[in-house]
Design a protein. Structure first.
Ligand SMILES: C[S@@+](CC[C@H](N)C(=O)[O-])C[C@H]1O[C@@H](n2cnc3c(N)ncnc32)[C@H](O)[C@@H]1O
Length: 392
């Protein structure tokens, strides 16, 4: 089942009383999850935190497209009258979905899975994908990450939702629901801590990427093989590219088309970009893109003022759509005295589409930013499968 089809089915769901009551993740997040499962051929999928089951059905739709597989989804609550069983029926995807309702929480379920998979003191991995979107608290989710890491096969993706979530103000009744929590617990970005302090420091994971404007964190279990698919987003750790072409910022910006509201001047080896309002932009010259498949754009920059700014990178690829939100990535940058390398994985990565144009917007403006250099790069492609592949 295509992503558009499952999304239509989910969005068209109504209760008997005609109410539209579904809570769904942002479309971009669901689409990335769908593409990840489909393009990485993940047959054994796990979701920790079912909620109403919308994303469960999205994963099941990708499995249907793959021709088989199972998504096991675990929650401590059973949602009634509308829940994952109802949505599985509504979308016709029940055969791909296993629902586990465990009142003591997913960490007990993970413990039991590890127990089943353990022989001679070692846990044999059995999962190809995991989406963690449950407690959003340090204790249960740090443990869940540690436990599921044992069960994921090399090359599989672990996705953490809501890096930007905190308990304070998260829902109308938060004061009552979280009455026993301290201010520390209420104000911490707890999933972000799990991502940065547990997952990013885990020796078995790499390819750390943040997508959806900082909301979703991706990590891939280390594998000698390149991934057939990568999430578009901000790449947090240096990655190996097969080719890379650097450009001095002054060369790039001189030939660029700048919109109103952006003043560009040379400053030593860098160029200074001054935005006098929000959303001015410049379009990178054709001589950079050259209509080739580009996987990664790197920018060496320094924000001078104010304390934060959001850079939005747009691209136009072989599909021919004009610049649009869907083909863009937002990166929040903080003012600093040092140069900062921003590596952005653009253009999805499952299909080798040539990039015709790249545009950079300073969205929050007014602001002042120094750009020292820019480079583009990527992997060589195998045209037969259309998938990216590194030279070995
Ligand atoms: C945000 S919702 C999940 C949304 C769902 N993944 C989706 O994409 O629609 C979080 C769910 O996690 C469940 N949950 C929270 N802590 C849990 C735990 N320790 N074990 C199992 N489920 C938990 C909650 O009951 C809730 O249904």
């Amino acid at each position: 089942m295509t992503f558009e089809h499952v999304l239509d089915l989910l969005r068209s769901y109504r209760t008997k009383e005609g109410e539209q009551v579904l809570f769904l993740l942002a479309q971009d997040t669901m689409e990335s999850i769908y593409n990840c499962v489909l393009n990485s051929g993940a047959r054994a999928c796990l979701e920790l935190g079912t909620g109403l089951g919308g994303t469960t059905c999205v994963i099941a739709a990708a499995l249907d497209e793959l021709g088989g597989g199972r998504v096991t989804t675990v929650d401590m609550l059973v949602r009634e009258p509308i829940g994952v069983d109802v949505l599985a029926q509504h979308t016709g995807l029940t055969q791909y979905i296993e629902v586990i309702s465990d009142p003591v929480g997913y960490n007990w379920h993970l413990g039991e899975m590890i127990n089943r998979q353990t022989g001679k003191g070692t846990c044999a991995p059995c999962l190809d994908f995991c989406f963690l979107d449950g407690a959003h608290e340090w204790g249960p989710d740090a443990l869940a990450t540690f436990l599921v890491a044992k069960l994921l096969r090399p090359g599989s993706w672990l996705v953490l939702d809501d890096l930007d979530f905190k308990l304070r103000g998260c829902q109308p009744g938060w004061k009552t629901v979280f009455a026993d929590r301290t201010d520390r617990e209420l104000d911490a970005f707890q999933v972000d801590r799990v991502f940065n302090l547990v997952l990013r420091q885990h020796p078995d994971f790499g390819e750390f990427t943040v997508s959806d404007g900082g909301r979703t964190g991706w990590a891939r279990k280390k594998s000698p093989d390149p991934a057939p698919w990568y999430p578009s987003g901000l790449v947090l750790d240096p990655i190996t590219l097969d080719w890379r072409e650097p450009f001095a910022a002054s060369d790039v910006v001189e030939q660029s088309q700048c919109s109103d509201g952006l003043t560009v001047t040379k400053q030593d080896t860098a160029v200074s970009l001054r935005a006098t309002r929000n959303d001015p932009n410049f379009i990178v010259p054709d001589s950079v893109c050259k209509d080739r498949p580009i996987d990664v754009l790197s920018l060496r920059l320094r924000l001078v003022a104010p304390t934060t700014e959001t850079l939005q990178v747009f691209w136009i690829d072989g599909l021919g759509h004009p610049f649009n939100e869907k083909q863009s990535i937002r990166a929040k940058i903080a003012a600093s005295d040092d140069w900062h390398d921003l590596m952005i994985r653009i253009n999805g990565s499952d299909k080798p589409r040539p990039v015709h144009a790249i545009r950079l917007d300073l969205t929050d403006g007014p602001s002042s930013l120094l750009l020292e250099s820019m480079s583009i790069g990527g992997w060589h492609r195998t045209s037969a499968s259309g998938r990216s592949c590194r030279w070995r």
